[in-house]
Design a protein around this ligand. Sequence first.
Ligand code: SAH
Length: 298
Amino acid sequence: MTQKQWYATQVKTTSSQREAIEYGLMEAGARGTETIASHDLTQITGYFARPVDETRLRGALEDALRIYGCRTDKALQLNITEFADHDWLAEWKSNWQPVAVGRFIIGPPWLSETEALDSVVTDRGSDTILIRINPGMAFGTGTHETTRLCLKAMQRHFHGGSFLDVGTGTGILAIAAAKMSPALEGQTALTTIIACDIDPDAIEIAKQNAGLNGVLDRIGFRIGSVDESTESADLVCANLTEPVIVALLPALLGAACGRLVLSGILAEQVEMVKARLLELAVIDFEIDQDGEWIALTI
Ligand code: SAH
């Protein structure tokens, strides 16, 4: 089988022109772009399936810069490279190895179940749960400490019932909850799972991931956050950031009729969260740490 051959074009530019150049490369027929940004240089590579006509490409980039209102007086540096026998997509994919968190294995959708399971553990138990997440789309692929702390807390404290995922990102925690409590055949699920996010794109991505896992109809997705009117759940997970957690704390406590998991807190920020909890008369919680990250379970 012959490998796919890609033609890569690199454009050195500045951060203010980033979006325009990415757009221009796609307009010129690129199948994808990759951007490497350092403090003083932005280098954007467009990947084309066919050799690129430099005049046409230059025209597309100049049009894009004009549409985006960028100055075009400086000549663009085009650096056209042919990546023979190089399948960049395959390479990117091969960098996404499944990860294990307790009984969960989180793998990308292109690996078969056997490949995903075999690549991680040797002595897995029968209660292993495979979660498929399309990486690179939203936060929550299972590699980040803050997500891992939530998944671990869920394993200790989620035994069915209702679950609320505040800031669902890829949907990973809601999908984990749905897979921990499979719907009984012929019966409606015993679990109510709600996932919300203020970012509409994240909700779209989370829905796609839920579909990949066959649990789309088990999760109620909603654009938004928590407030006093939010229906309460037995377990609430909020993997956010410290300022957002502190601001939402009364609403989060109100939404949890069982336990509340707060994650996304740096070790140096934990005292601020504890102080706010104390003000709200909460003195009893578990603390888990992974690297510099802390999760509190109330
Ligand atoms: N639950 C996932 C993703 C966490 S990233 C995981 O554990 O890996 C945090 C998410 O919270 C982001 O998708 C962000 O859009 C969302 N978010 C930020 N502020 C929010 C708020 N006030 N209410 C709800 N979601 C919020």
